[in-house]
Write a protein that binds this ligand. Structure first.
Ligand code: FES
Ligand code: MG
Length: 574
């Protein structure tokens, strides 16, 4: 480290205040660090989302040690710290409720400590956006180590993927016997190695996103967690972050508007999750890039689908890696990307992905011969979603893309569960299922319930898909003609609140419209008679969440968290 460039950590260890230096150094010395650790070595914070309650990140404790090897080799001083970890499958009521809390934990942990650069160890769905949001609000040099997907599952000869298997089991349960023993066997077949979901669900989408944003070493995101090359890349990331500190390659230098547009284009090409929308928007908000819901349609909807992975296609992340992984996609997308943007390794995106080979055209297709011509997310507007809603056409049914049907309304998730399989429910294949009260403030936490199951009696008749509308989200591993993120949500008096059974709803994806076919007068009358639903949030963090969470089209961040405060701390602790 040249003497001219002052490290942030030197304010703790080598400042003009000798007494403070003593305090800051002395207590750390109880870990056995030698003198020279405090004399100009960049201090690298390893922000670890490891937790036994987040099995997808269960290997990250070991990975932190590997990252440390790289940091030490490059002359840095590694300091690992834990942050709140969000385990998608276990946490109730939904991890999304805690994404902003984990981001606050990350932000404050970074800023308050003598750190010069950051490595984010992430994996499960929310652990990537939450930590990145927090890091953006501090804006130090930062690199991401994505934990990687699980190896492909195999159940009785059939290849199975995370999430997609859940839907398959549900269908099996409804149509034939699926015993407890079958369940137990399927469980372990599905999750046979370390890592996160192995489909292009939200975790793989987020890993893809960080690489497309330029925040990982090139080629890192698609490597399975159990592959030895994952560890090698973790070590190399440790080496690289030390250099990034020396180059002062901060997040804001990488996360330009162009980088965000690249992430949107890439997400379309890989058939990524709709959850990208709320997360990428929130990340952009933290770093000061004005990303609008419309940007996802403008930049993403015309992009062809190149990657044949579940839930949009048939393969799994392990196959994607063997086919060449994300580097092939970023290489093939060149005509659609901003290739000049700088990335974590100091090179441009275009340079990083210029020489790559594809080893399986069935897994990754070309721009000329894509799996689908237009794969991205469509943003709908209309009187049912004045600030927008979204649909993922690549996961929807062609015959429902232009559809008018009668609303069958469920006021809450509980109401849905109580009545959906009632044999007397007035519903047919052309009905539109409307679910209210599952938005950010309503549930609260905007859970992944938008892809509600169809009524059993219609499944028995062979109905495979129906139009479903809600203010909630959908799992990245799910599919169907599902309209999500309706904004404003019903709980704050968005027009979704005023839909009644039998109302006609008109969906036209090509025209980007979603409308409730009732008169302005009738709508006004219902609005005047409407009562605000009672909130479940009475105290504590959940109350803070409900009071401050923004609507889905703004990324569902807290109003007071948008933007950043930099890395400067005005006052010290003594
Ligand atoms: Fe963790 Fe899917 S449950 S990534
Ligand atoms: Mg999920």
């Amino acid at each position: 480290m040249s003497k001219s460039k002052k490290l942030r950590s030197s304010e703790w260890f080598n400042s003009d205040n000798k007494k403070m230096n003593f305090v800051h150094r002395s207590w750390l010395r109880n870990q056995g660090y030698p003198d020279d650790y405090f004399e100009g070595k960049p201090v690298i914070g390893i922000c670890n989302t490891w937790s036994e309650l987040t099995p997808c990140n269960g290997h990250l404790r070991q990975f932190a040690e590997i990252v440390k090897r790289g940091i030490l080799e490059a002359g840095g001083f590694p300091m690992e710290f834990p942050v709140m970890s969000l385990g998608e499958t276990i946490m109730r009521p939904t991890t999304m409720l805690f994404r902003n809390l984990a981001s606050m934990d990350t932000e404050e942990s970074i800023r308050a400590n003598p750190l010069d650069g950051i490595v984010l160890l992430t994996g499960c769905d929310k652990t990537t956006p939450s930590t990145l949001m927090g890091a953006c609000s501090v804006d130090l040099p930062t690199i991401v180590v994505p934990g990687g997907p699980m190896l492909s599952g195999r159940f009785r000869g059939e290849k199975i993927g995370s999430g997609s298997m859940n839907w398959m089991v549900k269908e099996k349960q409804k149509n034939e016997a699926f015993t407890d023993a079958d369940f137990r066997e399927a469980e372990v077949c599905l999750a046979r190695s370390i890592g996160h979901c192995n489909t292009m669900g939200t975790a793989s989408t987020m890993a893809t996103m960080v690489e497309a944003l330029g925040l990982t070493l090139p080629g890192f995101s698609s490597i399975p967690a159990a592959d030895s090359r994952k560890k090698m890349f973790a070590q190399l990331s440790g080496r690289r972050i030390v250099e990034m500190v020396k180059e002062d390659l901060k997040l804001s230098k990488i996360l330009t508007r162009e980088a965000f547009e690249n992430a949107i284009v890439t997400n379309s090409a890989v058939g990524g999750s709709t959850n990208l929308i709320v997360h990428l928007t929130a990340i952009a908000g933290r770093i000061g890039v004005d990303l609008k819901l419309e940007d996802f349609d403008t930049h993403g909807s015309k992009v062809p689908l190149l990657v044949n992975l579940k839930p949009s296609g048939k393969h799994l992340m392990e196959d994607f890696y063997y086919a060449g992984g994300l580097p092939v996609v970023l290489n093939r997308l060149k005509p659609l990307l901003h290739n000049e943007v700088i990335t974590a390794n100091g090179k441009s995106l275009g340079e990083n992905y210029k020489d790559v080979a594809c080893y399986d055209d069935d897994v990754i297709s070309s721009l000329e011969n894509p799996l689908k011509k237009e794969a991205g997310i469509a943003v709908l507007k209309g009187n049912l979603c004045m600030d927008g809603s979204v649909i993922k056409p690549s996961a929807a049914s062609e015959h429902l893309m232009k559809h008018t049907g009668k609303a069958v309304v469920f006021e809450t998730m509980e109401d849905y569960h109580d009545r959906i399989d009632d044999p007397d429910l007035d519903i047919d294949k052309d009905s539109v299922i409307v679910l209210k009260g599952v938005g950010p403030k309503g549930y609260p936490g905007m859970p992944e319930v938008g892809n509600v199951d169809l009524p059993e009696k219609l499944i028995m008749q062979g109905v495979k898909d129906m139009v479903r509308i809600s203010d909630g989200r959908m799992s990245g591993t799910a599919g169907g003609t599902v309209i999500l993120h309706v904004s404003p949500e019903s709980t704050i008096g968005g027009n979704l609140a005023f839909v009644e059974n039998g109302d006609l709803i008109e969906l036209d994806v090509e025209a980007r419209s979603l409308n409730l076919m009732i008169s302005e007068q009738e709508l006004a009358k219902r609005r005047s008679e409407w009562k605000v639903p009672e909130s479940l949030a009475k105290r504590g963090y959940v109350k803070l969440y409900v009071d401050h969470v923004e609507q889905a089209h703004k990324g569902a961040d807290f109003d007071f968290l948008v933007g950043g405060s930099g890395s400067k701390v005005e006052r010290d602790s003594h």
